[in-house]
Design a protein around this ligand. Structure first.
Ligand SMILES: [Ca+2]
Length: 218
């Protein structure tokens, strides 16, 4: 499947309070939203892991260095999404959607899996978000995704040119012709929330970059 790739920008602000309280039904990994791991001294190469396993929150130095957040460090991970081991995955683990309805058409469903990935920007920026995703086929190639409780984006048709392998793919909007979605964010803590749409898809990590020309697969 091919799309004309056109960049669109969603303007969002840091607003952790917009995230629904997950306590009633989620397996929270234990992030206290008031505790933000600041690390302005991350020594990160282009694709190095800047994750903080204790919190799931990473921070950048306000420069072009990408941020990588491991899926297995999700601040919220709701079944049936589950962690799995794979030596080909960064940090040896990933999160899979192992089961569910053929298509979850309701991103607000509380019975489908959810994964929250938190990061911190030390300065306001327009960023592009990639996922290191492995898809089986067209029946398992999508997520619902949103930033900071904003509008849901249908991220569908992911990596159909690269089935069965880990491959970086930028978040795109399948309801907008597959346009890549860039996010204009304020400094502070942000949460990329993924909800289950189809089963079989797996996420290793996300990458957040200010360099809108970056190709993580290059
Ligand atoms: Ca991983």
């Amino acid at each position: 499947m091919r799309w004309a790739v056109v960049s669109s920008v969603l303007v969002l602000t840091g607003c952790p309070g917009a995230i629904d309280d997950p306590a009633p039904y989620l397996q929270a990994r234990g992030i206290d939203s008031g505790l933000v791991a600041e690390d302005a001294g991350i020594d990160a190469g282009p694709l190095s892991d800047a994750g903080h396993p204790d919190t799931g929150v990473v921070s950048d130095a306000g420069e072009d260095t990408p941020i990588i957040v491991q899926a297995e460090y999700a601040s919220v991970l709701q079944a049936p999404m589950a962690k799995r081991d794979d030596p080909e995955a960064q940090n040896g683990q990933y999160v899979v959607v192992p089961a569910g309805e053929p298509v979850n058409g309701d991103p607000d469903s509380v019975t489908a899996g959810r994964m929250d990935l938190a990061f911190v920007l030390d300065a306001a920026a327009t960023v592009r978000v990639f996922g290191r995703v492995r898809v089986p086929d067209t029946n398992g190639d999508s997520y619902w995704v949103r930033m900071d409780g904003g509008a849901w984006i249908q991220w569908n048709g992911i990596n159909l040119d690269h089935p069965g392998v880990w491959w970086w793919a930028p978040v795109h909007d399948s309801d907008d012709g597959g346009a890549v979605v860039d996010f204009t964010l304020e400094a502070g803590r942000h949460v990329l929330e993924l909800r289950q749409r189809e089963a079989g898809i797996a996420l290793d990590a996300i990458l957040v970059t200010r360099d809108l020309n970056l190709d993580p697969n290059g």
